[in-house]
Design a protein around this ligand. Structure first.
Ligand SMILES: *Cc1c(COP(=O)(O)O)cnc(C)c1O
Length: 405
């Protein structure tokens, strides 16, 4: 295999139809950012939008802004925009709380749609908060229990006691992606529902929740959607469940008419009842500015470039970093938009890379993870990142040899 040259990388950037989108973000000089899957960067429109909300809507409008500035509708309005990226109807998505809290709400609500069944089935080794929340949900369900099984054993583990299968669609470490339609079908055949965590999927891969027969989903606002640190998360409930589903955290902002101040709880229509407390207006404003940016993007081009960036990274790393073991599936349909490698010295290699201005993630015990975010990442940057990675791996090998000597 011949090495990919810097000129070849530059030629790919010249032909990249998404290249102009980089200008839509504020990125620091001297940094190659391969962590947009963990915290998306700042959209250029966001500072002015936040200043407007703070100075005009809050500062001048004061409490009148709940109606005059559209604060009251923000959670369903932004949910409706995110729905387009999920392949869902606008009335099926609301923005509220964090992913963790939304997981808890939908786990309890989903399991209660299957009374008499006690098991929440999860994948062993999935994101920790998903498991912690599943265990907490099981504690409030009669006889509730969590079963954690390996990916290969999941389908066979769905049985007559399974109320809910809870899965991260794209795995946060390996990047491996579940076949959503097939998993939904397998669960439905056994009488169970599925709750998808789309934290590493929304804005990363093409989604069509409606066509896949998805029941329930949650996901993050601050990763690929660029909503800012701690941005509110989203909740998806398929329309077919709107008549039956109830939230276990019926806060007043999910009430049909919060400003009637009625003593009796009456949930809002459909997914809107999954809002809980007062809308986090400042966080919603930053999130909306990130989501609005996405509405102008050709997502087909994004997902095609994600595949091209992955192939470029994988080929160059195979050539220049022979000590790294690729753990992400190579087939585009079987993964998300990050690439991960195992290496026993992953922690020190990543520290070295960050010192070189190349920002990725270390995930214990031995994973190097790099987000491939086509809106603001180019091929030349990936070329430079893999060159730096090769140097860091060589430095690590030299240090190891010195320690042995
Ligand atoms: C990032 C991430 C979360 C984050 O949850 P928060 O409540 O927003 O902190 C949850 N699940 C998965 C799979 C994630 O990748």
């Amino acid at each position: 295999m011949s090495a990919i040259t810097l000129d070849e990388a530059r030629a790919l950037d010249k032909r990249d139809v998404l290249a102009p989108w980089r200008e839509a973000f504020i990125l620091p000089q001297g940094v190659i950012y391969l962590d947009g899957n963990s915290l998306g960067p700042l959209p250029r429109t966001t500072p002015a939008r936040l200043a407007q909300v703070v100075e005009r809507e809050w500062g001048c409008g004061l409490i009148r802004s709940w109606t005059d500035a559209g604060w009251l509708e923000a959670q369903t309005r932004i949910g409706g925009k995110i729905a387009r990226l999920l392949g869902a109807a606008p009335e099926e998505v609301v923005v509220a709380d964090s992913t963790s809290i939304n997981l808890f709400k939908l786990m309890v609500a989903g399991a209660r749609l299957r009374p008499g069944r006690r098991t929440i089935l999860i994948e062993a080794g999935d994101f920790p908060t998903d498991r912690h929340m599943a265990e907490a949900a099981a504690r409030v369900l009669p006889g509730g229990r969590v079963a954690a099984v390996a990916r290969e054993a999941l389908v066979d583990a769905i049985d007559a006691d399974t109320a809910l299968v809870v899965l991260c669609h794209v795995h946060y470490r390996s990047g491996a992606r579940h076949g959503m339609a097939a998993m939904n079908a397998a669960a439905h055949a056994a009488g169970a529902l599925v709750l998808w965590d789309l934290s590493h999927s929304a804005g990363a891969v093409g989604l069509d929740l409606s066509a896949c027969g998805a029941d329930l989903a949650v996901g993050c606002g601050y990763k690929f959607l660029n909503g800012g640190p701690g941005a509110p998360a989203f909740v998806y409930v398929a329309a077919q469940w709107h008549g039956a589903i109830e939230t276990p955290l019926p806060g007043w902002f999910g009430h049909r008419a919060p400003f009637d101040f009625a003593a009796a709880y009456e949930g809002a229509e459909g997914v809107a009842r999954f809002a809980c407390g007062t809308a986090p207006v400042l966080g919603l404003a930053a999130l909306e500015s990130g989501v609005d940016l996405w509405l102008g993007v050709d997502t087909g081009a994004v997902f095609a470039k994600s595949a091209a960036l992955f192939a470029f990274f994988a080929e160059m790393a195979a050539d220049r970093c022979p000590d790294l073991a690729l753990i992400t599936p190579v087939q585009a349909g079987a993964r998300g938009s990050h690439i991960s490698f195992a290496h026993p010295q992953a922690s020190s290699i990543m520290a070295d890379l960050v010192a070189r201005g190349i920002i990725g993630d270390f995930r214990p015990p031995d994973i190097l993870r790099f987000g491939l975010t086509p809106l603001y990442l180019g091929f030349e940057e990936v070329w430079r990142a893999v060159s730096g990675l090769a140097d860091a791996c060589e430095a690590s090998a030299r240090n190891g040899a010195n320690h042995l000597a």
